[in-house]
Design a protein around this ligand. Structure first.
Ligand SMILES: Nc1ncnc2c1ncn2[C@@H]1O[C@H](COP(=O)(O)OP(=O)(O)O)[C@@H](O)[C@H]1O
Length: 199
């Protein structure tokens, strides 16, 4: 990414500085790993490297914002009010997308949707949205039980990873008796594949 980017006015250094100011070192390192895997997926699946880089770098920008500030954004920007029934893990994507659009003048809808939907997916995901979702799920420091299968699936099909990841997320939320933000169910219904379809 250069200073003449079509998609964002910040140079890469300025963007990294912004992320560093907003996130802990641990979360910052996660973001860089997501970008690295995202770029590999973009090569593999024919997506713009520049758009992938920007979306991956911004995806978690609001992950450590205080809840009150995020709540105010949800209300003032007319985001779906059912987000308020959940917490930062569900709303940090939509809140970061608003920030990217309003404060960083990112106008590319694909980049904004990839940031917005990276946790819960959606029924109609673009290749870029799929890449950010999958890169976040399989980045190398992830160590949960399902990640190996997800990495294997990513070699063949982003859709298969999204179906599988949504299934795992729903299973985990049910088992831990947590509320489910309904968009994950829509994503699951859309991208669910049988075992034989997966590979
Ligand atoms: N539909 C949902 N409803 C409620 N919580 C969800 C939903 N989807 C994901 N989560 C929660 O969000 C978290 C994962 O969000 P993610 O953006 O991947 O964060 P991280 O990068 O920190 O893992 C998990 O704690 C998961 O349980």
């Amino acid at each position: 990414m250069t200073q003449t980017s079509l998609y964002i006015k910040l140079s890469r250094e300025e963007l990294l500085e912004l992320i560093r100011e907003n996130l802990s070192q641990k979360r910052y390192d996660h973001v860089l790993r997501v970008e690295k895997i995202g770029l590999q997926l973009a090569e593999q699946y024919g997506e713009s490297l520049e758009k992938t880089s920007i979306a991956c770098l911004l995806h978690d920008l609001k992950k450590q914002e205080d809840d009150q500030t995020s709540r105010q954004t949800i209300i003032s920007e007319n985001l779906p009010l059912n987000l308020l029934d959940f917490g930062n893990s569900v709303w940090h994507g939509p809140v970061a997308a608003v920030y990217a659009e309003k404060q960083l003048d990112v106008s590319d809808e694909d980049i904004l949707n990839a940031i917005k939907n990276h946790t819960v997916g959606s029924e109609h995901m673009s290749v870029l949205e799929k890449i950010v979702f999958v890169a976040d799920y399989i980045e190398p420091a992830r160590s949960f039980a399902a990640v190996e299968k997800a990495r294997k699936l990513a070699e063949e099909s982003l859709d298969a990873v999204i179906g599988y990841a949504s299934q795992q997320t729903l299973k985990n939320l049910l088992e831990s008796k947590k509320k489910i933000y309904p968009q994950t169910i829509l994503t699951y219904n859309k991208y669910l594949m049988t075992e034989s379809e997966e590979i």
